[in-house]
Design a protein around this ligand. Structure first.
Ligand SMILES: [Zn+2]
Length: 159
């Protein structure tokens, strides 16, 4: 019923999580894994084993979300090295669209963190230039989880 919500929903996406029962409680470990996976994709691309078609496959909806709602990461795209990366946060949980809700503002994200129901936040980095995209991290929030990633969306810079 709340139809004029900010944000939007996403069609079929590759990073859609499975059941929410197994909410991950060690987001830090997950983040490292995503970073490793990302770096290995980039390595393979640089070696020529993956083409741009393989790695720059962002769903049009994801590009749209990134264009409208993405937050600049202050980092250049590792693939085209021309555009800046943005990150987009999707929240999954009960009463949310199956494809996740794309979070528009930090204030909206904070509201999800305060929810009584658990949610899982997925942060995807996207290049609107070449359509590179990769899951950057995910973390549980809501339901009294004291979100480890309560810090800003761009905590990767200190890594
Ligand atoms: Zn790019």
């Amino acid at each position: 019923m709340p139809s004029g919500d900010r944000g939007g929903t996403l069609g079929p996406v590759s990073f859609r999580p499975g059941a929410l029962d197994g909410i991950q409680t060690s987001p830090t470990g997950g983040q490292v894994e995503y970073l490793l996976a990302r770096n290995s994709v980039i390595r393979e691309f640089r070696k020529g084993r993956l083409s741009r078609l393989d790695v720059c496959d962002a769903h049009p909806e994801l590009i749209r979300a990134a264009t409208n709602l993405g937050r600049t990461m202050g980092e250049q795209c590792p693939i085209c090295e021309e555009s800046d990366l943005v990150d987009v946060t999707f929240v999954f949980g009960s009463k949310l669209p199956a494809g996740g809700r794309c979070v528009a503002t930090q204030a909206e994200l904070a509201r999800f963190w305060r929810r009584k129901e658990p949610v899982v936040c997925y942060v995807v980095e996207v290049c609107c230039g070449c359509r590179w995209n990769h899951l950057a991290r995910m973390y549980p929030a809501g339901a009294g989880v004291d979100a480890v990633a309560r810090k800003p969306l761009r905590s990767r810079t200190k890594a």
